[in-house]
Design a protein around this ligand. Structure first.
Ligand code: NAI
Ligand code: MG
Length: 361
């Protein structure tokens, strides 16, 4: 059977950038014999408008069945006053929660042609290609006890950093699996010098490594040093695995090494399904961009690179992922720029569809 994909374009520029991904998918079918069973459904405001809910049970069930889900973006000013229970982002949160997507992959990849967009020097980022794996469903954002209490005559704010062995083990497996599809190197980051959860994190990552992935090169680093190293010499890393809080901060930091929001893909992975593929949701990091919706200005590259991640991490199509990423690299080197990629020197931006055309060509 063909591998299956569920496409959820969502709101705002979501459908505009996803239209370009559809053309890329069709191209692989026509030229590489790589055919997907593609279905499409609504999510976010688009689903609320039609069904009164940001994700129907039928769409949820479909997401659980397919090999990978590809999502555009959700939200927009039209929905800002809705009750929280039916807000567009609830559709996305439901997908993440019910699919149990505990491993969040945020690549920071710097195409040479855009290296001058970085706030860092050209040589520090040119050719950069690293992957931050952030634990997404546990840690200090979820640990109990939490809350604001009165102690004596002052208030105390409490959060608890809590990780079980199995939570650390499953996200480290996810990172080691990824490393094997890249350059086989993992750096784990925590604060074992001051945190008990950090001591356990370091131990468990090392144990999983020694027992199951001895072929992968593993190192450990304190997360504060990691932040410094990311800005000082980011190319020393390949895969970084870290907890929810440190991952939140380090992945935003790494993302900005590369420049525009319109360029950043992401993936969220869960446990392996019966066919061995992990549960998976791929989406651009950006939102629905209401300020440019309907104007043909959106950069489709983040969404197209999200599909490249699906090729690599869900479908074992590393060569075809390389081909697609190479095409993006080439059009940027040739000078193709959507409006968000215009430097101070100016020039004429091309449209969403023209960028799609260039990549296909
Ligand atoms: P945003 O990411 O939609 O836009 C921020 C800025 O970046 C805007 O100026 C926008 O025009 C620009 N931009 C974003 N993607 C672009 C692209 N592909 N090409 C060119 N320019 C691009 O974030 P914002 O404005 O904070 O949020 C807008 C809506 O999106 C809100 O309703 C928010 O809740 C939602 N949102 C949804 C996300 C998701 O679906 N995962 C993530 C972030 C925000
Ligand atoms: Mg963040």
């Amino acid at each position: 059977a063909n591998p299956s994909l569920l496409i959820l374009p969502g709101d705002g520029i979501g459908p505009e950038v996803m239209a370009e991904v559809r053309r890329v998918i069709d191209w692989f079918g026509a030229n590489k014999g790589l055919t997907f069973d593609v279905s499409e459904d609504l999510v976010g405001g688009a689903s609320y408008d039609k069904h009164g809910t940001p994700l129907t049970d039928a769409a949820m069930a479909k997401a659980q069945e397919v090999d990978a889900v590809l999502l555009g973006a959700v939200g927009g000013p039209k929905y800002d006053d809705l009750d929280f229970s039916v807000k567009p982002e609830r559709g996305l949160l439901r997908l993440r929660k019910e699919m149990d997507l505990f491993s969040n992959l945020r690549p920071a990849q710097c195409f040479d042609a855009l290296a001058d967009f970085s706030s860092l020097k050209h040589d520090i980022v040119a050719g950069l290609d690293i992957m931050i794996v952030r634990e997404l469903t546990s840690g200090v954002y979820f640990g109990e006890p939490r809350g604001i209490h009165k102690e004596g005559n002052e208030r105390v704010g409490i959060n608890t950093q809590r990780y079980t062995e199995s939570e650390i083990a499953r996200v480290s497996r996810s990172a080691f699996e990824l490393a094997r599809k890249r350059s086989n190197k993992v750096c784990s980051m925590e604060k074992a010098n001051v945190m008990e959860s950090g001591v356990l994190w370091r131990d468990v990552v090392q144990e999983i490594h020694d027992a199951e992935y001895p072929d992968v090169e593993l190192s450990h680093m304190y997360a504060d040093n990691g932040a410094m190293q990311l800005v000082r010499a980011p190319k020393q890393f390949d895969v970084i695995v870290t907890d929810n809080l440190f991952g939140d901060i380090l992945s935003d930091c790494a993302a900005m090494l590369t420049g525009s929001l319109g360029m950043l893909p992401s993936a969220s992975l869960g446990l392996p399904m019966a066919n061995g593929r992990p549960k998976a949701l791929y989406e651009p990091v950006h939102g629905s961009a209401p300020d440019i919706t309907g104007q043909g200005k959106a950069n489709p590259i983040a969404c197209i690179l999200s599909f490249a991640m699906a090729l690599r991490y869900s479908f074992d199509e590393g060569d075809n992922a390389d081909l697609l990423e190479g095409a993006v690299q080439q059009v940027l080197a040739d000078g193709a720029r959507t409006a968000d990629l215009m430097g101070p020197e100016g020039g004429t931006p091309i449209s969403t569809t023209e960028m799609g055309d260039a990549i296909l060509a």
